[in-house]
Design a protein around this ligand. Structure first.
Ligand SMILES: [Fe+2]
Ligand SMILES: [Fe+2]
Length: 228
């Protein structure tokens, strides 16, 4: 599919086009390998190696999680790669700011799930649909929702949040805590376990689906081993 070759450039150069242009829906179905190719091209559009690395790790954790559930991880492995796709629209200076964000700056970052939804809607309309893309869209749009309804962008709660987004949300927070950030060092694994199981000022266990959190915590060592 030659039309996919310049997709990352298209995204980065035509943000007005993607966010505002009406696109004629093709009602086409993509083949699975075309959908996977599109997902990988989109995930290559992250300009920063840090974001690519984060997406790759969340994808690896997702495979482990689905294996623990006894499910085939083929879908989540690819779909979770795009959970932060919307960050391609966020000013990189904000994403990698070495100090705390102002409320206004945080509000800009909080738009990334909406940006991802728009990018994926655009891609589906332009190139055709596939369950991998609609799953990627659900994850990207809802991975910052919280089980207790305090997340964003829509303050959904409980099972209103799509299941795969409830799973990725745990793995996303795990990787964010255990990895070095521009404004702090990596948090040791034992401390991350404590934060996710008991909470701290920012992260609370109530943010997560209790059944999935239980599975994650019970198998915590398996996830930390994947970091090596
Ligand atoms: Fe995110
Ligand atoms: Fe993330």
């Amino acid at each position: 599919m030659n039309t996919l070759i310049n997709l990352p450039n298209l995204i980065l150069q035509n943000r007005g086009l993607i966010l505002s242009t009406e696109i004629q829906t093709l009602n086409r179905r993509l083949e699975r390998k075309q959908a996977i190719s599109l997902i990988h091209r989109l995930s290559d559009s992250f300009p920063e190696p840090g974001e690519k690395d984060h997406s790759r790790k969340v994808s690896i954790f997702s495979i482990q999680f689905y294996e623990l559930l006894g499910r085939n991880p083929g879908e989540i492995k690819n779909a979770s790669l795009l959970h932060d796709l919307g960050k391609v629209y966020v000013d990189q200076r904000l994403l990698y700011k070495p100090s705390s964000l102002t409320n206004e700056e945080f509000a800009v970052i909080q738009e990334h799930p909406n940006y991802a939804r728009k990018i994926l809607e655009y891609c589906i309309a332009r190139y055709g649909s596939h369950e991998l893309l609609t799953s990627a869209q659900r994850i990207a749009e809802f991975h910052h929702e919280r089980f207790d309804g305090t997340g964003y962008p829509n303050k959904l709660g409980g099972t209103e949040i799509p299941e795969e987004a409830r799973i990725v949300s745990i793995l996303d927070v795990f990787d964010a805590l255990i990895s070095e950030r521009p404004y702090r060092k990596a948090i040791p694994a034992e401390k991350v376990y404590e934060i996710m199981s008991k909470g701290d000022g920012r992260t609370k266990p109530e943010h997560f689906d209790p059944n999935f959190l239980k599975i994650f915590l019970k198998n915590y060592l398996k996830f930390t081993e994947l970091l090596n």
